[in-house]
Design a protein around this ligand. Structure first.
Ligand SMILES: NC(=O)c1ccc[n+]([C@@H]2O[C@H](COP(=O)([O-])OP(=O)(O)OC[C@H]3O[C@@H](n4cnc5c(N)ncnc54)[C@H](OP(=O)(O)O)[C@@H]3O)[C@@H](O)[C@H]2O)c1
Length: 235
């Protein structure tokens, strides 16, 4: 399989990349993130551990219209048809509509929504020409329910879930699966310095295991939504 994972240099994206890379079958992984040096290091580490897998990487700021022509050209050359696309890149800044910094919403819509929308539009023609494919959108429990301090992050994740639900309907006749993943708090770099003990949160591997399992069902089955929370509940 050809598997594209955004935000794959650390956190959930890295855990998902590890899960697919470890598959004995051997896949082609395309890893994306902004920081080119860190991404290259992540790709090299995976390649060294899993020789059956081919690990490619492409650094860019997803969600920026200006990056698309170069990205499209690179994909045409290296991964013209993807089997799995995991829209995971994104970030979290707490805030509130009335008090957060100017530009918060625009920046988070770019990173958390447009990143997925734009890349999916580049990848879909290849999937549609083969009549198969699977798009995962890493949303959040913040896509499901508003909460104090959610602000633009929660708004952007509601929007990503809306994107995923629309895509699911649209892709039904094309044999392409769409799965929206709504994780609760999961230990990654984004929680470093929060003072919350890692044992209180889920592990990135928990999310990766579910995504991996969903990607390996029969062609006639799709998991539409995955909702996961730490066992004691939300923070
Ligand atoms: N951890 C949680 O508790 C949790 C819960 C629910 C949902 N999520 C969602 O899961 C996803 C991953 O979260 P995480 O905790 O693993 O985050 P993380 O540890 O901060 O990792 C984020 C990854 O995304 C990349 N990235 C960020 N913005 C990007 C952009 N515009 N273009 C390309 N790459 C970008 C980062 O690399 P660069 O910095 O080099 O670009 C990094 O590889 C996010 O969408 C997040 O909202 C996380």
């Amino acid at each position: 399989m050809v598997i594209i994972i955004t935000g794959a240099s650390r956190g959930l994206g890295w855990a998902m990349a590890e899960a697919f890379a470890a598959d004995q079958q051997g896949h082609t992984l395309v890893l994306m993130a902004r920081d080119a040096a860190r991404l290259q290091q992540a790709a090299m580490q995976l390649q060294a551990r899993f020789s059956q897998t081919t690990v490619l990487h492409y650094a860019c700021q997803l969600g920026q219209q200006a990056q698309l022509p170069a990205l499209q050209q690179w994909l045409q050359q290296h991964a013209p048809v993807a089997d799995v696309l995991i829209n995971n890149a994104g970030y979290f800044v707490p805030g509130s509509v009335h008090a957060e910094a100017e530009g918060n919403l625009e920046a988070m819509l770019e990173a958390n929504l447009l990143s997925a929308y734009q890349l999916t539009r580049l990848v879909l023609p290849g999937m549609m020409s083969h009549g198969r494919g699977h798009v995962f959108n890493i949303c959040s429990i913040a896509s499901l329910k508003a909460y104090p301090g959610g602000g633009s992050y929660s708004i952007s994740k509601f929007a990503l879930y809306g994107f995923g639900q629309n895509l699911r309907e649209e892709m039904k006749p094309h044999g392409i699966k769409v799965t929206n993943v709504m994780p609760g708090a999961t230990w990654t770099d984004s929680w470093a310095g929060s003072g919350i003990p890692p044992e209180r949160l889920m592990e990135a591997q928990d999310i990766a295991s579910m995504v991996y399992a969903c990607a390996h069902l029969s062609p006639q089955a799709v998991v539409e939504d995955i909702v996961m929370r730490p066992q004691p509940g939300d923070l």
